[in-house]
Design a protein around this ligand. Structure first.
Ligand SMILES: Cc1cc2nc3c(=O)[nH]c(=O)nc-3n(C[C@H](O)[C@H](O)[C@H](O)COP(=O)(O)OP(=O)(O)OC[C@H]3O[C@@H](n4cnc5c(N)ncnc54)[C@H](O)[C@@H]3O)c2cc1C
Length: 445
């Protein structure tokens, strides 16, 4: 492994042009003590610290922005430290991926149920810091629902353990101060590396359930009809295990797809109840596998002309917004076209669950969007489109998953992080909280 892996190679976001002279050190610790040493090295020189996991985050936070900084990678911290089948948890270092953890748990017939599409590269430390979830977050929750505690090295080198309802520390004053501000795992979830370096996590695990599942495909007149169906699934607490919506696909990739459509997987004995919510065609196991594969490959295919771009991830339609997806998508597409982009594909997890900046759970559809980027468009123009999309979503009550939104403008989350940093100190990923975060990121497109 070399410096390219950590600062360039692994960064899935659109923010990748950086001034490498500002990266003053790169550390690959293996233990808590080595993390403390790396943090001390940065602190003594007045540098910021940017934690980095698999680099699959899309907000740009794992780059560290424009600060003089030290990068600390978790990629050498992959150990599974202990497993308790009886109590249903696994203790792991932050650099382990869900796939790696689940390979070890399989012989015990246990599973860690947070499995994003990026589960082969995303680390659990990074996933907690973006509050990641899989396409079954609807039933299995996001990282915050599945992390019982997280051990964190702070900028001043002290250690805290943040649990679901409180904080523990060998420093009793610090423990009491953090409990007075009510710090919990909700604060670490989606904190984008701004609090400290997570060195260990206790994750919930549950038995692998052997259920007979079957597949179904539902096609809709328009996206509003699809949204209303999702709403009914949510209201009736449907046991659908897997749901993927394809809302739009460009002719270059459409093939046999007939969007808007919903690919579903559910317990066999739920089929008749589902028929009361939506019409659908049952799929054979082969047909379901093929459709899942088509969906997975959508973001990996390129248009015949121009380049595909993940301009802005994760539009979250929920509540009444579910009945008006068509209008929302049309508005988004109009804005994209105004900026010269051609809408390419829109698809997403549905029904899904995510959390708003105030920690309230939202249930609906998380829609990913891919556009065709024309030749010659400048980075300032790309970023301007991102910012206008954030504003449009804000006005329309469409809440993007915090991953992409709050580093720019989720004031509630931002204020809360600032409140906690008043107790624990600053120094971790500071650019994310600065008012000019947008300007910094726009220079990195
Ligand atoms: C193809 C693809 C598919 C994806 N699918 C999904 C999906 O289905 N669901 C989903 O939720 N997301 C998805 N994502 C987004 C991404 O995988 C998640 O955001 C993931 O949680 C990031 O994990 P990471 O280890 O790559 O973190 P990084 O990108 O390295 O970092 C993300 C943030 O976490 C911080 N961080 C990393 N490690 C630590 C640590 N040890 N301590 C403190 N802070 C830390 C970083 O500073 C940064 O702010 C996808 C991304 C891609 C590219």
């Amino acid at each position: 492994m070399n410096i390219r892996d950590i600062v360039i190679g692994a960064n899935a976001s659109i923010y990748y042009r950086m001034d490498f002279r500002k990266i003053k050190g790169v550390f690959y610790p293996r233990t808590d003590e080595q993390v403390q040493e790396a943090v001390a090295w940065a602190r003594e020189r007045g540098y910021d610290v940017t934690p980095k996991g698999g680099g699959s985050g899309l907000s740009g936070a794992c780059t560290g922005g424009d600060r003089d900084r030290v990068m600390i990678s978790s990629l050498q911290m992959k150990e599974v430290l202990s497993v308790s089948k009886d109590q249903g948890y696994v203790d792991v270092q932050p650099g382990a991926t869900p796939d790696e953890i689940n390979v070890l748990l399989a012989p015990l017939k246990m599973k860690f149920y947070v499995t994003p599409s990026s589960r082969d590269v995303a680390t659990v430390g990074g996933m907690l810091n973006t509050d990641g979830g899989g396409n079954d977050a609807w039933v299995n929750g996001t990282m915050r629902d599945n992390t019982l505690r997280a051990k964190i090295v702070l900028y001043d080198g002290r250690l805290i353990t943040v649990e679901q309802k409180s904080v523990k520390s060998s420093d009793s004053q610090l423990e009491s101060d953090l409990n007075s501000v009510g710090m919990t795992i909700n604060d670490v979830a989606s904190s984008h590396g701004t609090l400290g370096f997570v060195t260990e996590l206790r994750l919930s695990i549950r038995p692998i359930v052997q259920e007979r599942l079957i597949g179904g495909l539902a096609e809709y007149r328009d996206s509003d009809e699809l949204g209303s169906t999702l709403r009914r699934m949510i209201e009736t607490k449907s046991p659908v295990k897997y749901g993927e919506a394809i809302v739009a696909a460009h002719p270059d990739v459409r093939g046999e797809l007939r969007p808007p459509e919903l690919i579903l997987e559910f317990p066999e004995d739920y089929a008749s109840n589902l028929e009361n919510i939506t019409h659908f065609r049952k799929l054979t196991a082969e047909e379901l596998a093929k459709l899942k594969d088509v969906r997975l490959k959508l973001p990996k295919r390129n248009p015949k002309k121009g380049l595909q771009l993940a301009l802005f991830e994760d539009y979250g339609f929920y509540g009444d917004g579910l009945k008006m997806i068509q209008e929302g998508v049309a508005g988004i597409d109009l804005l994209l076209k105004k900026h010269g982009f051609v809408p390419f594909a829109k698809y997403g997890h549905a029904p899904s669950k995510w959390y708003l900046g105030n920690n309230a759970a939202a249930y609906g559809i998380i829609l990913h969007s891919r556009e065709i980027r024309p030749e010659g468009i400048t980075k300032a123009e790309v970023f301007k489109a991102v910012m206008e999309l954030v504003d449009l979503c804000e006005e329309a009550g469409i809440t993007p998953k915090p991953e992409h939104k709050w580093p720019y403008n989720d004031k509630v989350k931002n204020d809360r992080i600032q409140q906690i940093r008043e107790v624990i100190g600053e120094g971790f990923n500071t650019f994310v909280l600065q008012s000019d975060c947008n300007v910094v990121l726009s220079s990195m497109v």
